[in-house]
Design a protein around this ligand. Structure first.
Ligand SMILES: Nc1ncnc2c1ncn2[C@@H]1O[C@H](COP(=O)(O)OP(=O)(O)OP(=O)(O)O)[C@@H](O)[C@H]1O
Ligand SMILES: [Mg+2]
Length: 365
């Protein structure tokens, strides 16, 4: 039963098609500008590989199940959804646009910026790729550089640097096809790191400079913000699932046992784990139980997480913002729930790290 009435038109539904879970969330903006969650459905995902749909039917069924859970909680049908896109195929590049205006005395308006953005969509990309987002960085008006907002200025030559995010056409078509089969209309397709940054990072953090690291099941996504703008995006094709696979192979146990071990006893810092703690795992049919030391488990986890942080650090350096991240690293995604992961990140990258939760933007209650 619903505690009170709300206007169904205000309700926004978002779908995240992840490697390990498909999630649908319904929410609305309350009078204080916070998001109030009205319903949520989370279903195991089996049709997604490293963030990319590989089995339409399984994904359609998972979306159906997640949406119907939300519909039950809302007590109404969902018709339109906002969908996230992520995965290994996402790439980003920098490009510069130039616009020569007719009249130097006319103020630069939104339409000038939109024209520059439209031009970017004409860029020639590798076959099979399409532009997902065009994000303006700084502008130059005549010879004045480093302008964040040129609207209202006058000048004849408007130039801009853009951060352009591209993805595979087939990957986005598959997402659209799945939602169509479920009978849902897609309002928009948003890069997942952009969506999670909105919910986790404060405006001050995005201004100060921050690296958002989403450790998912299949991929680890990095997004760098500086001066309030996205400066760099990268997708590292490893996530928590590789850690589970390492445990499975290192301890010769079943995948579900490895996953349980990681979540219940795992730590990303072997030094912090006592030598003498042993976990006993029941053996398969008639076989002897297995004994695994917590220390060993942590060593396996730490080795793989260090490798993932090596990639993260390499990408942060490549972006050129490594010395400018005053807000440090913020970890999110299921992999950020691993014990001591923030400390390992700090040791390994030398950058202050915290785990981020979307609580600041959510209404309590
Ligand atoms: N408490 C926990 N401790 C350690 N790892 C965890 C914990 N909870 C979840 N994980 C790991 O997080 C990963 C899943 O994270 P998440 O739900 O963010 O992924 P996803 O969105 O489905 O995948 P992707 O974003 O890569 O498509 C899994 O590898 C899982 O083992
Ligand atoms: Mg994810």
């Amino acid at each position: 039963m619903r505690p009170y009435q709300f206007d169904p038109k205000e309700v926004v539904v978002a779908v995240d098609i992840g490697t390990t879970k498909v999630c649908a969330v319904a929410g609305r903006l309350n009078e204080y500008g916070k998001i109030e969650i009205l319903g949520m459905g989370k279903v195991r995902s089996e049709g997604v590989l490293r963030g990319v749909i590989s089995n339409i039917e399984k994904t359609v069924n998972a979306i159906k199940e997640a949406i119907s859970a939300v519909e039950k909680q809302l007590d109404s049908t969902v018709k339109i959804v906002h969908v996230g896109i992520a995965g290994q195929h996402i790439k980003s590049l920098q490009h510069r646009g130039i616009l020569t205006r007719d009249n130097a005395h006319d103020e630069i308006g939104q339409e000038d910026i939109e024209k520059l953005i439209r031009d970017m969509y004409r860029l020639v990309l590798p076959p099979g790729d399409k532009i997902l987002h065009v994000i303006p960085q700084e502008f130059t008006v005549d010879n004045e550089q480093g302008i964040l907002d040129p609207i209202g200025m006058s000048g004849i030559r408007l130039e801009a640097n853009f951060h352009i995010i591209t993805g595979q056409i087939t990957a986005s078509n598959n997402i659209l096809r799945c939602l169509e089969k479920v009978g849902l209309e897609v309002a928009d397709l948003t890069l997942e790191p952009i969506a999670s940054a909105e919910s986790i990072l404060s405006r001050e953090e995005k201004e100060a400079g921050i690296a958002l690291v989403d450790i998912g099941g299949g991929t680890t996504d990095l997004t760098i913000f500086y001066d309030g703008i996205i400066r760099h995006t990268a997708v590292i094709p490893f996530g928590g699932n590789v850690v589970t696979r390492d445990i499975k192979e290192g301890c010769t146990i079943m995948p579900h046992q490895a996953e349980k071990l990681k979540i219940k006893f795992g730590s990303a810092l072997a030094d912090e784990v006592y030598d003498n703690r042993i976990i006993t795992i029941p053996g398969l049919k008639g076989r002897e139980p297995k004994e695994i030391s917590e220390k060993n488990l942590a060593l396996i986890i730490q080795a793989r997480m260090e490798e993932i942080f090596d990639y993260v650090l390499w990408e942060i350096r490549r972006s050129g913002y490594d010395k400018k991240l005053i807000g440090g690293i913020i970890l999110t995604g299921g992999g950020s729930l691993l014990k001591q992961i923030d400390i390992l990140s700090e040791y390994h990258t030398g950058i202050p790290t915290r785990v981020g939760y979307p609580v600041d933007q959510l209404a309590h209650g």
